[in-house]
Design a protein around this ligand. Sequence first.
Ligand SMILES: O=C(O)CCC(=O)C(=O)O
Ligand SMILES: [Mn+2]
Length: 189
Amino acid sequence: MEITDGRLSYFREFLSSQESTELLAIWLETLPWSQDKIRIFGKWLDIPRLQCWFGDPGATYAYSGLSMHPKPWTEELMLLKAKIEALTNSSYNSVLANLYRDGKDSNGWHSDDEKELGENPTIASLSLGSSRVFQLKHKATGERRNILLESGSLLIMSGELQKNWKHQIPKKSKIFEPRINLTFRKILF
Ligand SMILES: O=C(O)CCC(=O)C(=O)O
Ligand SMILES: [Mn+2]
């Protein structure tokens, strides 16, 4: 996928529809979803989705006053991590799981540019369940891009993408089914 000032690759059928359906059902039931809060202007607010964080011991992730200690890898997550590492030629030590319960859940404009991810991180993003639009906005020019993230797809963000672009998953009406997104990351510690 061509994009200025960054790199994006999209694998639409990284997982088969059967694998995607099975993993979605398992993870909806078994991952320890929690309603996290972030601090904005002195107030604690619910983030508009559920989350959980897995990784190697020590791969702690902090943002907006929230410090997340990783849960240990599950077998399915380890298998998937190995498959993604083979495809992307990169290694990961943690994964952030997001559950968008329906179209009212969302993820606002941000870059994954926390200092613990280092300079120009490679982040691999797997989507399962409802298709949602992933929007990008160039920080300097305002250029916009939209990518539909379908069930079983893998989006790889790398190069200077986080430095130059923000991304979000906007709310969308008439979506009543859940979506799980997993972003595999490498935390430097
Ligand atoms: O749900 C997605 O596709 C994106 C998630 C995301 O940007 C994040 O967790 O940092
Ligand atoms: Mn992100």
